[in-house]
Structures are given as C-alpha cells and as structure tokens.
Ligand binder design. Structure first.
Ligand code: VAH
Length: 316
C-alpha cells in the first residue's frame, strides 16, 4: 500500500519542489501538502492541501489521523537571516514544530519523519574546510542553535523511543521554481533572477565568501534517497552532512558572465556577511556517501545552464 505523506511547510522553497517530486513518486492523492497560508496557489490547486500552523500540535495530530498519515516531512522553519531579526519566533517555530511531530511519531501513529538541519549548526570554531560529520558545533545564529538542538532531540527520540527520524544538514540550496525566504545563501538565487531581469546585481556577501551550496534537484534527490534507505544502514540519527559544490559570489558571477557577457556585479556586504563568515566553506559528506550511496549530479556550470534556461522562460 502506498505511503500517506504529510508535508508541513509545503509552500516553501524546498517544500514546494519536494511536494511535486513525492506526488510523482507516490501519486498526488497520497501526498497531503500543508502550510500556514494559501499563498502558494500552484500548490493549493494541484492536490490535497490543508492549512496547518506547524506550532499547533492538535492541528498536526488531527491531520495525521484524518488522512491516516504514515510519513511526515517537516519543512517549516524560520531561516538564518530572519531568525536574527525574530529570535523568539524562530525558536518557537523551529523547536515546537519538531517536538510536535516527534511526539506524534513517539505515540506510534506515524512511522517515519524527515526533518531538515543545516550547515548552520557549525560555527566559527568549526574547522572550515571539508568540515567533518563529527566536529565542534558552536553556532552563533538562532537558526543554527535551533538546528543543533533539534539534531540532539532527533537522535534522542530515535534511541529512546525508536522513532525513525532522518535528517540532512542542507547547504545553501539554489532553485528557480520558488524563491527562498530569509536565508543567508539567498544571494545565490537572487543573482540569477537579476542577471536576466536587470543585467546587474548588488551582492550582500563579499566576493570571496565561499559557502557549501547545492542545486535543488540534488537536494530533493538526497532527501528522498535518505528516506528510502534501509534503516539498518543508517549510522547517523542526528543529521547527515550533505555536500555538492562550494563557490563564492565571484565564482557564480563568472559562471553567469560566461553566458551573459554584459552581466555586472557589485558587492555591498550586510549583516548576513557575519553569518556567512561563521559557516564552513566546504563539507565532508563521506558518511552519507558511504551509508546510503549519496552522489550529487549538478556542478556550478550545469546549475547555471539550468537556472538561466528556466528563468529565461519566466522573464523573457
Ligand atoms: C539559510 N538557506 O541561508 C538557509 C540554509 C545553509 C543555509 O540553512 O539560512
């Protein structure tokens, strides 16, 4: 019998593309998309949709019971930049939504949980190059703190209560379908839109700020591959390091300029530079590659080709 899957935060950058892919794999009627509002009309009008506030335990529990849900993807969160503006709201949403889903899973009504972590769990005292799976994690953002604590709770609920919760430390994710919101890596999405719309972009990070990044198709593949992997092969129940490419704003500018010669960039670092400076420049994801055969597909130039060709359809 096919899985019955609930996606909380389905209207977001990752959630919207995850919903599409899971509907293709399991059938539209088996995927219940939910979000706190109906802003993403494509999502609302393309299959089963429920308005759920991820901070509301009973709303989640009632939805799981109503649809006989066996798997939950919890994609709702306030990201790094927004979390610095609204710290208590970020703690409330990011932590309480996780507790609600873990406690419903502990009660036995759902079999499997996916919860995204992030490279934001690392901080300025973490080794920056090829950051290992197990290392110092002293995050200096509210978002990073919620992800670090959330990882601890995921591992605790797995070991203490047998909850099958799985997680990935996403790098910055680049996509063309849904804009990201409130992240420090959002520049790597904005730059493609601006290159096509205006031929110029003012980057809020300095030109040599190297960060781990990934094209959305790779992130979705990693998420679904992890959730389909045999449980006995998984050695990490906090969150897996995940990596594909690392690049600087200068690298992505040059990749775009090789296709749009007149494209211009300027740099005006803002408060997000401090956040980016606290994160690794590259990630060692060898444990994920060993445990569940993770392999990325997109490098910077193949991502640039895809982003520009898809966005040209949107703007030109
Ligand atoms: C952010 N896009 O910028 C997210 C992500 C690694 C960065 O967690 O906050």
């Amino acid at each position: 019998m096919s899985s019955k899957i609930l996606i909380i935060g389905a209207g977001g950058q990752i959630g919207s593309e995850l919903t599409t892919k899971l509907r293709e794999a399991h059938g539209t009627e088996n995927i219940i998309a939910s979000d706190i509002n109906t802003r993403n009309l494509d999502l609302v009008n393309s299959g089963p949709f429920e308005i759920i506030d991820a901070k509301n335990f009973n709303a989640i529990k009632d939805c799981c019971k109503h649809y006989n849900i066996d798997t939950v993807y919890l994609m709702a969160a306030l990201l790094s930049a927004t979390g610095e503006k609204y710290p208590m709201e970020a703690w409330d949403l990011n932590m309480n939504s996780l507790f609600h889903v873990l406690n419903i899973a502990k009660g036995g009504t759902i079999q499997k949980v996916y919860w995204p972590s992030s490279i934001a769990v690392f901080g300025p005292t973490t080794p920056r190059d090829h950051t290992p799976q197990h290392t110092t994690c002293e995050p200096t953002t509210v978002y990073g703190i919620t992800k670090q604590v959330g990882e601890r709770w995921c591992e605790y609920y797995h070991k203490k209560y047998g909850v099958d919760v799985r997680s990935l430390r996403y790098p910055g994710i680049i996509s063309h379908k849904t804009m990201p919101g409130g992240g420090t890596t959002d520049y790597a999405v904005e730059i493609y839109h601006e290159a096509i719309k205006n031929g110029k972009y003012e980057c809020f990070l300095s030109e040599n700020t190297s960060l781990p990044m990934m094209f959305m198709d790779d992130a979705i593949k990693a998420t679904i591959d992890l959730m389909q992997a045999p449980a006995e092969g998984l050695t990490i129940r906090s969150s897996y390091n995940l990596s594909a490419i690392s690049f600087t704003p200068k690298d992505i500018y040059e990749s775009i300029k090789s296709r749009i010669p007149e494209f211009k960039i300027t740099y005006q670092p803002d408060f997000r530079q401090t956040i980016a400076d606290s994160w690794p420049s590259s990630i060692d994801d060898s444990v994920a590659r060993q445990d569940w055969k993770w392999q990325h597909s997109f490098d910077l130039d193949t991502m640039t080709d895809t982003m520009l060709s898809e966005l040209k359809k949107k703007y030109l």
